[in-house]
Design a protein around this ligand. Structure first.
Ligand SMILES: [Zn+2]
Length: 311
């Protein structure tokens, strides 16, 4: 997949610094949620790992070959996507990165969702950033740079990804398979990499079907249990998110905002059934339900069934 247009200037910035031998040992890639921090980071790692002196990865040196085969021993990733990054994980990486590289010149550690580092982990990283070994790089990604220790932020070269315009997002999506389905989900999100991730997780139709199912429900042609067919603990958060996003968009529209075409049919039916005031009440209730999903003593599907019975 091609690097997104809005990520290219960020990549070039780092390539120029690499070529001029002026690159900082630590890079912090920031930007709004879902603009492509990780995608950019992976491209950067390839360039930095390359043994040539040029800015862009040559593609033919031993390091480039190993990177393309995803087996480079001097490149490590710590992913905070699924929860807290702990001090032992950081320490072990720091210990490995302080050894001699096994293959080329550089060693790189990528820490994604770096805001997930707890205080001890962050302090362990800070220590490593303060005494950088030669040819070692730490690349951090986050969408919440304010949650990082200021002392870590100040040690990093900041690479700030701009938020792409809707037409940039559309152009980028158009190279994906079944992209028209994704463009129909703009009521849910316009974050390009969130849409990509939904596609990779096979969740596009779950969301895309929600507005029409809701129409059927509100018009009495479908029961709540029909609408919730296939809901289980692995995807109930998606249903709750989707329903919440529909309500949110309808509330915005009632205040004069645009309405995505996928919601044209459901909006007037919702308004006539539960009124604008009701939209807000239901939206608040759904947000509460979303919080409650974390509590193990509740039956979430029963909760969602109860909620939809109020619509
Ligand atoms: Zn190379």
């Amino acid at each position: 997949m091609m690097l997104a247009e809005w990520l290219k200037p960020c990549l070039q910035q780092v390539q120029t610094l690499k070529k001029g031998n002026a690159l900082s040992h630590a890079l912090l890639i920031t930007g709004a949620d879902g603009v492509g921090q990780e995608s950019l980071a992976h491209e950067m790692v390839k360039d930095l790992m390359c043994e040539s002196d040029q800015g862009i990865a040559c593609g033919v040196c031993h390091s480039c070959e190993l990177m393309n085969a995803e087996t480079h021993p001097d490149y490590r990733v710590l992913d905070g996507e699924n929860g807290t990054i702990k001090v032992d994980q950081v320490r072990s990486l720091v210990q490995k990165i302080s050894q001699k590289p096994q293959v080329g010149k550089s060693k790189i550690t990528l820490i994604t969702h770096a805001e997930e580092m707890n205080v001890n982990a962050a302090n362990a990283l800070l220590k490593a950033l303060e005494e950088p070994a030669e040819n070692t790089f730490f690349i951090l990604t986050t969408s919440q740079s304010k949650s990082l220790l200021p002392t870590i932020r100040s040690r990093c070269l900041l690479v700030s990804i701009p938020t792409p315009s809707l037409s940039d997002v559309q152009a980028w999506l158009s190279q994906l398979p079944e992209h028209s389905e994704l463009q129909n989900l703009f009521w849910l999100t316009t974050q390009p990499f969130r849409l990509l991730s939904l596609q990779q997780q096979g969740k596009v139709s779950l969301y895309a079907d929600l507005p029409s199912k809701l129409v059927e429900l509100l018009q009495g042609r479908m029961s709540v249990s029909d609408v919730l067919k296939g809901v289980d603990t692995s995807n109930i958060e998606d249903y709750t998110n989707g329903l919440g996003a529909i309500l949110h968009q309808c509330i915005l529209h009632s205040a004069g905002g645009n309405l995505e075409s996928a919601l044209q049919e459901v909006y007037p039916i919702l308004i006539s059934r539960i009124s604008i005031q009701g939209l807000m009440v239901r939206y608040t209730a759904l947000q509460q339900l979303k919080e409650d999903l974390q509590k193990t003593n509740l039956n979430p599907i029963m909760q969602l069934t109860y909620e939809l019975n109020q619509w």
